[in-house]
Design a protein around this ligand. Structure first.
Ligand SMILES: C[S@@+](CC[C@H](N)C(=O)[O-])C[C@H]1O[C@@H](n2cnc3c(N)ncnc32)[C@H](O)[C@@H]1O
Length: 275
């Protein structure tokens, strides 16, 4: 059997045992296999079968696999259409409501990688929405499991490809080139609070008007695990609050009767009002 097939077979065994969904890994299998092959070499094992035996004998190895199965790809203004809808309709409406209720608008980016998603929100707010509701405050919480990603978010310097969808004028004003990368203005960085959290065990204190849970729970977790987490996540939304999922991720809407579809194209959902 080829190394590729052996790895796929190994993933079929290992992913469900970690509460992870095999289909979610279709596009990134190669990347995960490479990491595992490197590990097998490091341990001087003969191959995947020997590694499987090793895991069974060394349960602490599951923690290593937990790191190997994390996918950290992100970019600014990912799924661009959703940012247009947020900027034109969703955020101004939420801001008006928060203003009437005399409180800050609260947003959470779950699995925030190196900050691309929460910083996109901070940029959208600063350059567009706050112009319509200048007195309104926004609070942006970003949570991420990976320490290395959090450090990169704190540094806030990105390769050009990562910021290519940022509107040109905003790019020119908010990023400065440094050693081949583009570093985000500190004033924008300071709008986001980052927390190191494993979403399977901890979530930030709610309620939130808007939650981003993109390319994490729906994409990589099994249906059972995703449902358990989405119940908790949507429980943190305000009445009428919004949840944004990655464009191609499954979302168990039929099993979450308190939620309704807001925009199919960008996979945006809304919590029903309890009144
Ligand atoms: C594919 S990235 C998505 C980033 C961003 N949300 C987006 O859509 O562009 C998924 C991120 O979730 C993080 N992550 C994975 N498992 C996690 C967990 N259990 N708790 C919190 N974050 C996690 C990864 O480290 C990674 O940075």
């Amino acid at each position: 059997m080829s190394n590729t097939n052996e790895c796929h077979q190994f993933l079929q065994w290992v992913l469900p045992r970690m509460g992870l969904r095999r289909r979610g890994y279709r596009k990134v299998r190669k990347q995960v296999c490479k990491r595992i092959q490197k590990r097998i070499a490091e341990l001087h094992l003969s191959g995947f079968t020997a590694y499987r035996r090793y895991i069974e004998e060394h349960p602490e190895e599951w923690r290593v696999l937990d790191v190997f199965t994390r996918i950290t790809i992100s970019r600014f203004y990912r799924d661009y259409r959703s940012w247009e809808i947020l900027g034109d309709d969703v955020l101004p409406d939420l801001a008006e409501r928060a203003l009437e209720e005399r409180r800050a608008l609260r947003c959470w980016s779950a699995g925030s990688a190196s900050g691309e998603e929460p910083y996109s929100l901070a940029l959208l707010w600063h350059y567009q929405v706050s112009k319509k509701v200048p007195q309104q405050e926004i609070e942006i919480i970003a949570t991420e499991i990976d320490e290395h990603m959090l450090q990169r978010a704190a540094d806030a310097c990105y390769p050009g490809g990562c910021i290519k969808d940022v509107p040109r004028s905003i790019r020119a004003e908010s990023f400065r080139k440094k050693e081949g990368e583009y570093c985000l203005n500190r004033k924008i960085c300071d709008m986001v609070t980052f927390l190191q959290q494993d979403i399977r065990h901890t979530m930030p204190e709610g309620p939130f008007d808007l939650i981003f849970c993109k390319n994490l729970v729906g994409m990589y977790y099994t249906h059972e695990k995703a449902l358990e987490l989405f119940k908790k996540i949507t429980g943190k939304l305000t009445d009428g609050g919004f949840l944004l999922i990655g464009n191609h991720e499954p979302f168990p809407l039929e099993e979450l009767p308190h939620m309704t579809l807001y925009n199919r194209g960008v996979n945006m959902y809304r919590k029903k009002s309890s009144e």
